[in-house]
Design a protein. Structure first.
Length: 177
């Protein structure tokens, strides 16, 4: 029968099995922390890529649209308002700059989101918290009933005591059977 204060299922497992289980669980925890860090970094990289694409689009629109759209818009304004051609070209240029500015602002929003992403910092904080919890764990005291004393002074071994023979059951083996 297990001790009432011990967790269920641990009384039947040996110390080696408990250590192996704890090692396996810690290994799984570390692998999960690494996987989480990778996932969060991927998300930040995707946000950065979207921001880069928006900046690239802003540059391309500004570059290729200026000659064609400037002429078309300037002649359209001239036809509609009968203003001087120079003023029409300036208004056409201002409209193109406005479109590029809007695309640039969209790129800035995505870059700020990527910068705000604290992917690895969250994982590092979680790993530090796990390490702090593990360091703070103290072994539960177990009753000494039925356990041999580990005090060397209590059980002196004589120098001329015979060594156990392999194949014969030892005193420990007989007491636990």
């Amino acid at each position: 029968m297990s001790h009432p204060s011990s967790p269920a299922g641990t009384a039947d497992r040996s110390l080696g099995q408990l250590v192996a289980s704890a090692t396996a669980e810690m290994s799984a925890l570390v692998h999960d922390e690494i996987a989480l860090a990778k996932a969060e970094l991927r998300q930040d990289v995707k946000r950065g890529a979207v921001g880069s694409a928006a900046f690239s689009a802003a540059g391309i629109v500004l570059l290729f649209s200026l000659p064609m759209l400037s002429f078309a818009l300037a002649y359209g304004i001239r036809t509609w308002s009968h203003w001087n051609m120079a003023i029409c070209f300036v208004l056409s240029f201002a409209a193109n700059v406005l479109v590029a500015a809007v695309l640039g602002l969209i790129g800035m929003v995505f870059f700020k989101k990527a910068k705000k992403g604290k992917g690895p910092q969250k994982v590092v904080a979680s790993a530090k918290e796990t390490a702090a919890v593990i360091q703070g764990v103290k072994p539960h005291p177990r009753p000494a009933v039925g356990r041999p004393s580990l005090d060397k002074a209590a059980t002196p071994v004589p120098a001329d005591a015979p060594l156990p023979v392999i194949g014969e059951p030892s005193a420990v083996g007989r007491s636990s059977a």
